[in-house]
Design a protein around this ligand. Structure first.
Ligand code: SF4
Ligand code: SF4
Ligand code: SF4
Length: 397
């Protein structure tokens, strides 16, 4: 056991191995205000990586409808229950236990235990979903929650009385990966050059401890291959300076791939670092679990803050406000608006970006321009009344 510093929870915490950060860390920002649940991402991953026998119900990328959808079933409700009370201090420090701390486990004595099946994973809070929990990835799709309203009030209401939103998920390539921490034979490792977490299927001995330990349900057992499998971060594309398959094919253009640093080393000319550390508009998913996940989400602005704070931590209200201002066109948030325009604009990883009066421009690692988008799109409006067809138009823009 080691003490490691997790900046997302603002304190040190317990983890099975010493802190060993990679040279670069694979990262991502997803804008939840734009996801349309088309599932193109899910299928682009499936047709690339998980179309073999035993992978029929395996989605390394999935999209679930919150609050009711989940894959595997109830993954989030179950792990939050096991964590107990999780509260944040006013200083942004997490006061509760992470999944590495909640069991109050004697790591030192277990380190000498020679039974691999009971080693590290005993100290990590988690659960292994049943086979049927993976079988219905879209259960709960499009089911909203919220207060009842009369059928004729939907146009008059100022706020959304009912709400739901889509949550696309891939492996977070966590800094403190529970899958790696829980594996008794160390078949899972984090690459030094890009921080991608890979599972060596030849070394895997089917203990399924990674499946039990990963609170996000992103390590999945294949009973035909008799080993566990997980998202590979599309490392062959990442090595070529490209974005992963599920990013390139995202129809809603909600995704940005790039490197993410710790706050003190942030490069605010790089898109992910800028959105996470300077604009503070993108937040980690369930930071209180303690894994320092590296996929960040711009929270949806139509969803109640208290629900989102449990999911993304205490920065939600500020992130929503910042996003609203950027969308409104506030001059102060022009840089943010520019980088939002760049999302999904190129198959190449944008290493740095700049925003001019007219354009947002993305550059690759050699400084070549790989994306260029206008800050203002031309807008045409038609008359509300269509005289030719004697009808009113609903959409005039
Ligand atoms: S999300 Fe799960 S599978 Fe992915 S690195 Fe983190 S713990 Fe491992
Ligand atoms: S990053 Fe690649 S492997 Fe991972 S979910 Fe996306 S497409 Fe699949
Ligand atoms: S492809 Fe993009 S917009 Fe479509 S479901 Fe996936 S993340 Fe959402």
């Amino acid at each position: 056991m080691a003490e490691v510093y997790n900046w997302q929870i603002g304190r040190e915490m317990e983890y099975p191995y010493p802190e060993a950060r990679p040279e670069k860390q694979w990262g991502a920002v997803f804008d939840l205000n734009k996801c349309i649940a088309c599932q193109t991402c899910s299928l682009s991953c499936k047709t690339t990586w998980t179309n073999n026998e035993g992978q029929e119900h395996m989605f390394w990328n999935n999209v679930e409808t919150k609050p009711y959808g989940s894959y595997p079933l109830q993954w989030d409700v179950d792990i939050l229950d096991r964590l107990g009370v999780h509260e944040w201090g006013s200083d942004g420090v997490y006061d509760g236990d992470t999944i590495f701390e909640v069991r109050d486990f004697d790591w030192e004595s277990m380190a000498a235990d020679d039974d691999p099946e009971t080693m590290h994973s005993e100290g990590i809070e988690g659960f292994r979903p049943d086979d049927e929990d993976w079988a219905q990835p879209n259960l709960g799709e499009d089911e909203p929650t919220g207060q009842e309203f009369e059928s004729d009030t939907h146009i008059e209401e100022d706020h959304h009385p009912t709400w739901f939103f889509y949550l696309p998920r891939v492996c977070n390539h966590c800094t403190f990966a529970a899958c790696a921490g829980g594996c008794p034979v160390q078949a899972i490792y984090k690459r030094q050059e890009d921080g991608i977490v890979l599972l060596d299927e030849d070394s895997c001995q089917a203990f399924q401890e990674c499946v039990r330990a990963c609170p996000y349900g992103k390590s999945i057992y294949n009973s035909v291959a008799a080993n566990s499998q997980k998202c590979v971060g599309c490392y062959p594309k990442v090595e070529q300076g490209k974005v992963p398959q599920c990013f390139e094919n995202c129809l809603g253009k909600i995704r940005m791939h790039g490197w993410v640093n710790q706050p003190e080393n942030a490069n605010t000319s790089a898109p992910v670092d800028y959105m996470v550390h300077e604009a503070e508009v993108a937040l980690p998913l369930y930071p209180q679990l303690g894994l320092e996940p590296n996929v960040y989400y711009i929270p949806p602005i139509n969803v109640p803050t208290d629900y989102l704070e449990q999911m993304f931590g205490p920065g939600v209200e500020q992130a929503q406000e910042t996003y609203r201002k950027a969308r409104r066109g506030d001059e102060e948030y022009r840089k943010l608006r520019g980088v939002l325009h760049l999302m999904g604009s190129t198959e190449w990883r944008i290493e740095e970006f700049e925003v001019t009066d007219e354009e947002a421009i993305g550059y690759d690692q050699d400084g070549h321009t790989v994306a260029r988008v206008p800050m203002e799109e031309p807008r045409y409006e038609r008359d509300r009344f269509d005289g030719q067809h004697d009808a009113y138009r609903l959409d005039i823009a």
